[in-house]
Design a protein around this ligand. Structure first.
Ligand code: GLN
Length: 549
């Protein structure tokens, strides 16, 4: 039987519960245990797929096509496990199941209620990973939101019931709280934590472990005080001080013996001591890289870093084998539009950047700015990497500028364009429902030999995750090839363009999928790794020229 760890948060949101849960998973996996993480979100959307990135940040996509909360990205990166749709539950999905069952007559004769029907369905889902995989040692479930929210009550009630039904050594409640530093008083305050733990206790859950998020380690006096008021031993009150890199968090927890204490409390004998050597080496390079490069990211959600979370992390990973830190320069694509945007302005924006990345996105806002950025990178020989919408914009740029296809566009942005080099495939044309209907999840792709893609991947067959509706229009493939484009990655039936490159340029590659979803700190994605390597080479060239000049 798998043991269960429940992670809740209190006082404020955005404490980094996802990172905390992922770090716990990382540590227990480093002890040789088989761990899986899941996230239960109390909102009513069936999944976050239809939400704007302004709501909950990036939508993370799994191999099976599930559109998920971005915390699943942290789970995959910290534990190197590929998760499935069952690992992300929302209240919307719970109610969808219950209402479906009700209409089918499953509850015939009974009143359908929050307790027991909603809580039973949540409990079923809490247990599901352990039921499906008897070898699983630990299931870590993070509950979204903050204790005290109305909508999280059924989730917490389900946990309360489950803890009562299971032997005490089979479950742990881990609560993450904020211990603020009050500038004017010059001290930290423990009262919000006391209140938050009391609120959890009111629901019937005693926190077993507390992780105190604070600017610095809270110190032993505060630890004893919190322990006393929160009804737990001081050694179960952990420091969760701010760190420079999220990859330090598991190391910080390990230093405080969290893995040992957790295994003791759960009465599990882990097969080995924590093997964190590689994680430590990796973190050291992340914190103190010998050199840096600058990469411009031209997008439209730039004020919200969570919108491009996996891309940001992929650059952190890609820096490691290249021995550099990647400074990400966020450029608002709308600022690159309009008549006044000529090469002078673009020189100013990109002059000190060593690479340009155009990420995914939806809708026509800022598109011309992205196209301008791509043209500039293409003409100036700056390494370019396009992702999903980035590939579509690169196609539009080359169609207009090199293949002389005037006013070429994607039918997403201009349905009346004379040259729809990007268009909807037949099977997308008649879809009316918005949720879960894009080309989603892992699709196979074959790589042509002697291309930049084959150099990066060192493989002729790959699988990558998708999330888009529009595709390269095959009717224009010949014209684009004549203009110098190479289609280096194709679906196995040759029908869908997955990767394009422009070999007359030092490094110009764009992909229809989302490689950032599969990068791991100890296994950086080959396209990000090689893109950063090209940026390093570009910087070296620039430095050489400056030294000569
Ligand atoms: N809007 C484009 C499409 O739907 C690109 C999507 C994306 O970048 N994820 O095809």
């Amino acid at each position: 039987m798998a043991k269960h760890i429940f992670v809740t948060g209190g006082v404020v949101s955005a404490l980094g519960k996802g990172i905390a849960a992922a770090s716990l998973g990382n540590l227990l996996a480093a002890r040789g245990l088989k761990v899986v993480l899941q996230k239960f979100d109390p909102y009513l959307n069936v999944d976050p797929g239809t939400m704007s990135p302004y709501q909950h940040g990036e939508v993370f996509v799994l191999d099976d096509g599930a559109e998920c909360d971005l915390d699943l990205g942290h789970y995959e990166r910290f534990t190197d496990v590929s998760l499935s749709q069952e690992n992300n539950l929302t209240a919307g999905k719970v109610y969808e199941t219950i209402l479906y069952n009700e209409r089918k007559g499953k509850y015939l004769g009974r009143t359908v209620q929050t307790i027991p029907h909603v809580t039973d369905e949540i409990k079923r889902r809490l247990m599901l990973p352990g039921v499906k995989d008897p070898d699983l040692d630990v299931v870590i479930t993070e509950i979204g939101g903050t204790v005290g929210d109305i909508e999280s009550l059924p989730f917490l009630e389900a946990i309360r019931q489950l803890r009562l039904e299971q032997p005490p050594e089979d479950t742990i409640s881990v609560h993450l709280t904020l211990v603020p530093y009050i500038e004017t008083a010059g001290e930290i305050k423990t009262k919000p934590t006391q209140h938050s733990v009391a609120a959890l206790r009111n629901i019937g859950i005693q926190a077993d472990f507390l992780i105190c998020r604070a600017r610095q380690a809270i110190g032993d006096d505060a630890r004893r005080k919190i322990a006393l008021f929160c009804n737990l031993p001081p050694e179960f009150v952990f420091d969760g001080q701010d760190v420079r890199s999220i990859y330090e968090v598991p190391l910080n927890y390990h230093q405080q013996n969290m893995d040992d204490l957790m295994c003791k409390r759960l009465q599990i004998e882990p097969p080995m001591e924590a093997d964190l050597g590689q994680w430590e080496r990796m973190t050291r390079i992340i914190l103190d890289p010998p050199d840096r490069v600058r990469i411009a990211i031209v997008g439209k959600y730039i004020e919200l870093k969570d919108a491009y979370k996996s891309i940001t992390e992929s650059f952190v990973h890609a820096g490691i084998p290249n021995h550099v830190g990647v400074d990400q320069v966020w450029v608002d694509s709308e600022s690159l539009e309009g008549k006044e945007v000529g090469d002078r302005k673009l020189d100013e924006v990109f002059g000190d950047c060593h690479g340009v990345l155009v990420p995914g996105g939806f809708g026509d806002r800022g598109i011309q700015g992205k196209i301008n950025a791509i043209r500039y990178a293409r003409e100036q020989g700056i390494p370019f990497f396009g992702i999903c919408l980035g590939l579509q914009c690169a196609m539009i740029d080359i169609a207009r500028d090199v293949a002389a296809l005037d006013m070429a566009n994607s039918s997403e942005f201009d349905p009346a364009t004379p040259h729809n080099v990007i268009h909807l495939m037949e099977d997308q044309k008649y879809i009316e429902m918005m949720g879960g209907t894009m080309r989603l999840g892992a699709w196979p792709c074959k790589i042509a030999p002697d291309t930049l893609a084959s150099q990066c991947y060192e493989s002729s067959e790959i699988s990558e995750r998708h999330r888009h509706r529009y595709e390269v229009n095959n009717a224009y493939r010949k014209q684009l090839q004549d203009a110098g484009v190479v289609f280096s990655g194709m679906s196995p039936d040759d029908h869908l363009v997955e990767i394009m490159e422009f070999p007359s340029h030092p490094f110009f590659i764009a992909v229809q999928f989302h490689p950032e979803l599969k990068s791991r700190p100890d296994r950086p994605h080959p396209l990000f790794r090689e893109f950063v390597s090209a940026a390093v080479a570009h910087q070296d060239r620039q430095r050489g020229q400056q030294a000569e000049g």
